[in-house]
Design a protein around this ligand. Structure first.
Ligand code: ADP
Ligand code: ZN
Ligand code: ZN
Length: 684
């Protein structure tokens, strides 16, 4: 027998698997091994076992080590599928399903043996000690060892869980409504479902009950949520209801905690995995249910290589294991709406109406706050304000000569951050001091344009009595900064939560009576076919944060495009209407879900090389039903010139495989050895 091993290298220039002799330890598909590879030693994953190799036996070497933890076989297969599906490599895809680094923490654990205590001479202390068992040996190890010698106690090393610190809320038992009961019944029957329910309609309660039923059937569950720091409530509710059966797979876990949670799932000690996108690779056996909460959330798309979409992987994994798939949102993506049968929760669980939304026309208004917004913010005790742009002002320009301050690495404008006295690039992090004069012409007239969260915070602090809590990438720095800030806002008797799209996530603050969206059309201006979808979801989600308590609430939306369909539909909380219009538009333009897109970006310091590589890749893709657009230049990023080719196809599989070979071919060509290639199937 020989083992076929995929060495975990990131290069596209090699394609495995490679044959190795069997080591002394047993290996199976999914074993993680250390293998000699060229002049180095690499980790690798066993992807197959064969009776013989095409290579002569004397040329085969054996792995030098086998890790104790292995990847479940179904995840090896899922990774290989993902490598094809995302035009990546098996090695890169396999590295996503590896057991996390780490070791169990061992503790000595003591328990009574079956030996009778009759006739044993024991002191008070010894009796008390025996009474507290089973338990950790701890300080009593010496005394316990003596009892062990007498055969009364057994001591062994046990893995002990390093438990992630969380604050689960109290679980509320509720009777399902008729709509929830109907949804549950449909999920129980298996298959794929979209749970479309307005914010606060009780979707989470459906997930919880569907999970409980899967457990009763002896099946495991995966629950995907957007970033946990922003939505601790959903995770907390799973922990409150299911306790230690829940394993939390959170990016902010320490190495030891992450290892323990993975291990608890792998051994079956925990049966429900809850976490952000990478939890789709949780080692859950006998998978019966996969839940994707807030399925519209952009964080489900991974921006590294492979650029996988956790929603697509979730659907594939559910289908392969015969598990039910339940994806939920108040603002589902048009693709999902089009693809899945729908379960509807039309009303909020508490029977309260959704907050009314008023659109404020900002054309002709110079100030970033409309007078009505100003007045209402002054009257509200608690409000949430969304402005999807951080910093003080968007760009600086010289009034005399017109110079715009740009990033030397990226060809984008630098954004003023006044608190740090810096202008910064939001793409690469480049910073420089705020200029007091123009270095091109010497003029002192440097003007600041536009308003970001930092500037609005200063204005609101001046205008309002209540404290302002700012939530954006600048204030979210450390691990606990976001949960702490949200908890302080929640506890404050009055206050204003101001921030970027982070404030529109699934927060539940019952005393927020006012929601405000500033510059609602900022996302509409992006040259991207998803601009409408994003704008709609952002406004509708923010609107869902207001009026969740007995005092009700309402929402103001400031925009310079008061007639934009996405904004009008969001103001009516009308997902169905929005999606219908959007699907019509996409069908006419041949955008997803009516065609698939693949984006290939070629990056190099030298613009000519990047362009030539993109041209080569584009020429290599010849598939019927497929348009190849480009090469088109993108703005320079981190000092690298970029050219992209976009493939629009109705022959998904053939097109993806043509892209893979075209990219591999170009990557192997010496002419393009300084060019990097990035492939994005289903770009966001
Ligand atoms: P969603 O996930 O759709 O935003 P949640 O599941 O968080 O909604 O429910 C919103 C609120 O309504 C929660 O406080 C929840 O406890 C409550 N709730 C959910 N279902 C019911 C029900 N059947 N009866 C009463 N309250 C419910
Ligand atoms: Zn100037
Ligand atoms: Zn930059």
């Amino acid at each position: 027998m020989i083992a076929q091993v995929e060495p975990l290298t990131t290069t596209r220039r090699l394609s495995g698997p490679f044959d190795y002799a069997l080591p002394a330890e047993p290996v199976e598909v999914g074993s993680v091994v250390r293998v000699p590879f060229g002049h180095q030693a690499l980790d690798g994953v066993v992807v197959g076992l064969r009776s013989e190799s095409e290579l002569p036996a004397e040329r085969l070497v054996a792995p030098s080590a086998v890790r104790a933890d292995s990847v479940p076989r179904d995840l090896v297969e899922l990774a290989l599928w993902m490598a094809r599906e995302s035009a990546s490599t098996p090695a890169r895809a396999l590295s996503l399903v590896l057991p996390p680094a780490g070791k169990p923490r061992m503790r000595l654990w003591a328990r009574r043996t079956a030996a009778s205590l009759d006739g044993e001479r024991l002191s008070e202390r010894q009796r008390a000690l025996l009474d507290r068992l089973p338990g950790a040996a701890g300080e009593d190890l010496g005394s316990l060892r003596r009892l062990e010698k007498r055969g009364l106690v057994a001591i062994e090393a046990r893995a002990e869980r390093r438990e992630p610190l969380t604050r689960p809320p109290v679980d509320r038992a509720v009777e399902p409504t008729a709509a929830q009961a109907a949804a549950l019944e449909a999920v129980d029957a298996g298959g794929e479902h979209l749970l479309h329910g307005v914010t606060g309609s009780g979707k989470t309660e459906v997930y919880l009950r569907a999970a409980a039923r899967a457990l009763e059937r002896g099946e495991g569950v995966i629950v995907l949520v957007p970033e946990i720091a922003l939505t601790p409530q959903t995770v907390g509710r799973f922990q409150a209801r299911f306790g230690d059966t829940v394993a939390l797979l959170h990016s902010a876990l320490g190495e030891g905690e992450r290892y323990d949670e993975w291990r608890r799932l792998r051994t079956g000690e925990a049966r429900i995995a809850v976490g952000p996108r990478s939890a789709v690779f949780a080692p859950v056996a006998r998978l019966g249910l996969v839940v994707v909460d807030e399925e519209h959330d952009a964080s489900y798309k991974h921006e590294g290589d492979p650029r996988y979409d956790a929603r697509r992987v979730a659907a594939e994994r559910a289908a392969r294991s015969g598990a039910a798939l339940l994806v939920g949102s108040a603002t589902p993506r048009p693709e999902t709406w089009h693809a899945l049968p729908r379960l509807e929760l039309r009303e909020r669980a508490d029977g309260r109406p959704l907050p009314p939304v008023r659109v404020l026309d900002m054309r002709g208004t110079a100030h970033p706050l409309h007078p009505d917004t100003r007045r209402e913010l002054g009257e509200a005790r608690k409000a949430i304000v969304l402005l999807n742009r951080r910093g003080w002002s968007n760009f600086l320009t010289c009034r005399t000569c017109g110079k715009v301050w740009e990033c030397p690495q990226c060809d984008v404008a630098l954004v003023l951050h006044r608190a740090q006295a810096a202008i910064a690039c939001h793409h690469c992090g480049h910073r420089e001091r705020v200029p007091d004069r123009c270095d091109a012409c010497g003029s002192l007239a440097v003007a600041r344009y536009g308003a970001g969260t930092e500037r609005i915070e200063a204005e609101l602090n001046e205008a309002l009595e209540v404290p302002v809590f700012r939530l954006d990438a600048d204030t979210a720095g450390t691990k606990n900064a976001v949960p702490d800030l949200l908890a302080r806002f929640d506890a404050a008797p009055s206050g204003l939560l101001l921030g970027t799209q982070m404030v529109a996530k699934g927060h539940d603050f019952p005393d927020v009576t006012l929601g405000v969206v500033l510059d609602a059309d900022s996302t509409l201006r992006f040259p991207d076919f998803r601009a409408e979808e994003r704008t709609f979801a952002l406004i509708a989600q923010l609107a869902g944060r207001a009026g969740r308590g007995p005092r009700g609430g309402h929402v103001l939306v400031q925009t310079a495009s008061p007639d934009a369909p996405a904004i009008l539909a969001a103001a009516r909380h009308d997902s169905a209407g929005f999606v219908a219009g959007e699907l019509g538009r996409r069908e006419a333009l041949r955008y997803p879900p009516f065609a698939d897109l693949v984006r290939i970006v070629c990056l190099a310091e030298d613009a000519r090389a990047a362009r030539a590589a993109a041209g080569r890749v584009g020429d290599g893709i010849q598939v019927p039903g497929t348009d190849v657009l480009g090469p088109a230049p993108l703005f320079r990023l981190r000092g690298r010139e970029r050219f992209q080719v976009v493939v629009k196809t109705t022959e998904r599989e053939a097109a993806i495989s043509a892209v893979s070979s075209a990219v591999e071919g170009a990557a192997r060509d010496r002419e393009f050895r300084h060019v990097a290639f990035s492939v994005d199937v289903d770009p966001q």
